[in-house]
Design a protein around this ligand. Structure first.
Ligand SMILES: [Zn+2]
Length: 168
């Protein structure tokens, strides 16, 4: 994000965001990206699911250099999830089982985010407390292991922290 946009009036920032969204949408629908996505899925059989914060600062295709639409995201405030939630657990399980039944392994990326430059640009869902966000991610990892096993041969839960100042 260019620095100037941070200090621009709110209307301009909203328009900037809408424009970015339109660009992503057009890119996603472009035949070039659609074919790249299908080629990627054929070449890389592991299916990727990500649990992430809904604030939108983690852009996984950008951070992982994958075509748009490869990583299948689940979003919630602060990336706060409980796989015991009635619908949440079912949704994740059915997506994982569908992939497995088609012969795929599944990587579940459990994310949290923080800013190295300023604590206050961290995750609002955890009052910008990086350690709390990380601890929660590890709790979800344990839930995934309780559901899909500790061997990680088929479903691999991976905790990933994203530093949002540099998309690292
Ligand atoms: Zn967040």
């Amino acid at each position: 994000m260019p620095t100037a946009i941070h200090s621009a009036p709110i209307d301009q920032r909203i328009e900037w965001l809408m424009e970015l969204s339109r660009t992503h949408s057009a890119l996603y629908c472009d035949p070039e990206n659609s074919l790249a996505r299908q080629r990627y899925l054929a070449e890389h059989p592991t299916r990727i699911i990500a649990l992430k914060c809904m604030d939108g600062r983690i852009h996984l295709p950008y951070a992982t250099k994958t075509p748009l639409g490869i990583v299948s995201p689940f979003r919630n405030l602060g990336g706060i999830f409980d796989l015991g939630w009635p619908y949440m657990g079912d949704l994740l399980e059915s997506q994982v089982m569908e992939a497995i039944q088609q012969g795929h392994r599944v990587l579940i990326i459990i994310t949290y985010h923080f800013s190295k430059g300023d604590r206050s640009r961290g995750c609002a869902g955890f009052n910008c407390d990086k350690d709390a966000a990380m601890a929660h991610a590890h709790q979800i990892r344990e839930q995934v292991e309780a559901i899909f096993g500790h061997g990680h041969k088929t479903v691999y839960p991976l905790v990933c922290g994203f530093e949002t100042d540099e998309d690292a």
